[in-house]
Design a protein around this ligand. Structure first.
Ligand code: PLP
Length: 421
């Protein structure tokens, strides 16, 4: 079927792109397999970004496709508010095996932003029902991204994302990202009796893959406990094998009270996200029906059986193929290759990452950086080009093999050579 793409592009808006520019060189994908995708003209690209930190188990994954096909034939929707499904229960059981025993109850949603919204609402209602009704404020960090919906956006630490939508909900406080003291100072200044939750990405993704300093997460955990403030992690990018463990929390050995996941949980085969909470929090929502203590938050498609079937297959795939180990090994190969590139290309000033979440910094005059960004955009590779920040990011599917990692390295070098930097 021949599509009139220029005409059809007039009828849609694509996330966070300037359509006027996109229309000049539209990337319209039609097919995928593993770490490769093809556009409508049959041109092949290396997907060095898993779509956008999503397709962890790769495109065209047979296990997920077959599990979803089976589920399509059985049941695709179970009525929330009156029922649930066998698949949702099964996935809840599996997920809570991936977290420590105290993180034991899941509330499913559809997308990352919804998971953040849910975490904030859970924190507020929890405090209200456990004798601290004035605890409603949310502390988050500058340069964090938490989502597009109003509550998640208010927690987001990039002014440019927030500005067009002011005024945002009240009760949000943002602090510098790397200082434990800044978090405690904000809690004290606001009044500990008013703060519900601290929310953070354990590895800041959009800020350029920032790994926390040793002791940082322990420090935040201790402050939250001392002031009876819940700690929520946004693991929407870092979950499901991305950093070589099920969650970044596991890698750092510091767990939150509310763990938000999304993206990789179904690897993009169907929308799903959620919040894993501690038993203590979940218990606050138990009681007689008339007491109205149940979580006052519903979302129609959240945890639908089709998405849960996909989630179960993704977990099986990660376990069955030891993809956590693969993410570690391939991440090391990618970082070693980028470090080698740094020796020949002084424009590269830093390489950092964990597992298959990797960033490279370029220090270049703005004209050279612009040229490099353009050359990288033209490559048959999906990644986040450096742009004005000078940081390029990679997050290929965790099923990727050595050959495709080497392909990413070759293409990156080609971009540097063509940009003459
Ligand atoms: C760290 C982080 N949190 C939250 C979100 C929001 O997720 P979604 O776009 O699925 O709503 C994103 C999306 O990129 C993200 O990267």
């Amino acid at each position: 079927m021949d599509l009139d793409i220029p005409e059809l592009l007039q009828h849609v808006l694509i996330d966070l792109v300037q359509m006027q520019e996109f229309e000049q060189h539209p990337l319209v994908l039609a097919r995928g397999d593993g770490a490769r995708v093809w556009d409508v003209d049959g041109r092949e690209y290396l997907d060095a970004l898993s779509g956008v930190f999503v397709v962890n188990v790769g495109h065209g994954n047979r296990r997920v496709i077959e599990a979803m096909t089976r589920q399509l034939e059985r049941l695709t929707f179970a009525a929330p508010t009156t029922a649930t499904s066998d698949r949702m229960l099964e996935l809840g059981g599996e997920l809570t095996q991936l977290t420590p025993p105290e993180l034991d109850v899941v509330k499913f949603q559809n997308g990352g932003s919804e998971a953040i919204e849910a975490a904030i609402k859970i924190a507020r209602q929890y405090h209200r029902q456990t004798g601290a009704p004035d605890k409603f404020k949310v502390v988050s960090r500058h340069r964090s991204y938490h989502g597009a919906t109003m509550g998640a956006l208010a927690a987001t630490g990039f002014a440019a994302f927030r500005a067009p939508f002011e005024p945002l909900p009240a009760g949000y406080v943002r602090v510098p990202p790397s200082s434990v003291d800044a978090i405690e100072a904000a809690i004290i200044e606001e009044g500990p009796d008013t703060v519900a939750v601290v929310i953070l990405e354990p590895i800041m993704n959009m800020a350029g893959v920032r790994i926390p300093e040793p002791g940082y997460l322990e420090g935040v955990r201790e402050i939250c406990d001392r002031h009876d403030v819940l700690l929520a992690y946004d693991e929407i990018v870092t979950g499901f094998g991305r950093v070589g463990s099920w969650f970044a929390a596991e890698h750092f050995g510091v767990w939150p009270d509310l763990l938000c996941f999304g993206k990789g949980v179904t690897s993009g085969y169907s929308p799903l996200s959620g919040v894993v909470m501690t038993r203590r929090i979940a218990d606050a929502f138990r009681g007689e029906r008339k007491a109205m203590r149940h979580l006052m938050h519903g979302i129609t498609y959240g945890g639908n059986p089709l998405s849960c079937a996909a989630g179960l297959a993704v977990i099986e795939e990660i376990k069955g193929r030891d993809l956590l180990q693969n993410a570690k090994e391939m991440g090391e190969r990618l970082m070693a290759g980028l470090n080698d590139l740094m020796k020949d290309h002084p424009a590269i000033t830093d390489v950092r990452g964990l597992g298959l979440l990797v960033a490279v910094d370029f220090s270049l005059p703005s004209e050279d950086l612009e040229r490099l960004t353009e050359k990288i955009r033209e490559l048959p590779m999906i990644c986040i080009p450096p742009g004005p920040s000078g940081t390029m990011r990679f997050a290929p599917p965790i099923v990727i093999g050595a050959e495709d990692i080497d392909g990413i390295l070759e293409l990156t070098e080609r971009g540097l050579v063509e940009a003459r930097v």
